[in-house]
Design a protein around this ligand. Structure first.
Ligand SMILES: [Zn+2]
Length: 252
């Protein structure tokens, strides 16, 4: 009897899951209320990544977590592959085609830091055993827009995680705020945000009190030298550490 009840419960649960999937499919294809519904889905997606609700800040058209990671409310929710656990990443990486040439468009507001942007790009492009490549393009189409925005005191920049196989589409740099930093630190900020665009979480997430991140397979633990450590605006590592490079090579 007990066994039967259990079986019924499982069947009921499966039915609910199937219904939920269907509902998702419907909302994906319907147009008008999409914005509202998608906002809910984005919120759920952020929670599914392990970020607690208390860490999510509603900032108009986007959610911001851990100060420098942006989730647009109209973003495409990455398909749940359930396979990739990711030095620390999100589980959703730039796909095998797009990683070969991630096109960056430099908004007019950021052209004064073109040298810093090129320096950041050169670091990612020089990682051994990685086919990941960034380039600057002068016209659309592009994958990442980098622009200046006043993000207030204490935040050097913000970036987005990949979505749908594409690199995170937006990097915001608090240009006036970092203007007084050294060239190397300005380039670090940009290099760090590009790191979010290709899926890296903060290596020091635990010390920062951030939500649990998953390891890039084989590249585990803390790393004081990681350029992807968070909360180090103007003071962090300015070159990718050996572990940063190893993690990049694993993912890309
Ligand atoms: Zn960051």
């Amino acid at each position: 009897m007990k066994k039967n009840l259990k079986r019924i419960a499982i069947v009921a649960m499966v039915a609910v899951v199937i219904a939920a999937c269907k509902k998702n499919q419907e909302t994906l294809t319907s147009e008008p209320q999409e914005t509202v519904k998608n906002t809910d889905k984005v919120l759920q997606h952020i929670k599914n990544l392990g970020f607690p609700e208390s860490s999510i800040v509603d900032n108009g058209n986007e959610y911001v977590v851990e100060e420098d990671i942006i989730f647009p409310k109209n973003m495409e929710i990455p398909a749940n592959t359930g396979l990739k656990t990711e030095q620390y990443y999100t589980g959703s990486i730039v796909n095998a085609t797009k990683k070969l040439n991630i096109r960056i468009f430099v908004d007019a507001s950021m052209t004064s830091m073109s040298s810093e942007i090129n320096s950041a790009i050169a670091q990612w492009n020089a990682v051994p055993n990685s086919t990941l490549r960034f380039s600057v393009v002068r016209t659309a189409p592009y994958d990442i827009l980098i622009k200046n925005e006043n993000l207030g005191n204490g935040v050097c920049g913000q970036g987005q995680f990949p979505s749908g196989g594409s690199a995170g589409a937006l990097v915001k740099i608090n240009k006036n705020y970092i203007a007084g930093n050294s060239f190397a630190q300005r380039a670090r900020t940009i290099c760090h945000e590009f790191g979010h665009c290709i899926s890296f979480r903060h290596t020091n997430w635990a010390a920062q009190g951030e939500s649990t991140a998953t390891n890039v397979p084989g590249v585990t633990g803390t790393d004081a030298l990681s350029l992807m450590n968070g909360g180090q605006c103007g003071s962090g590592a300015t070159v990718l550490s050996q572990k940063d490079k190893n993690a990049t090579a694993v993912l890309y």
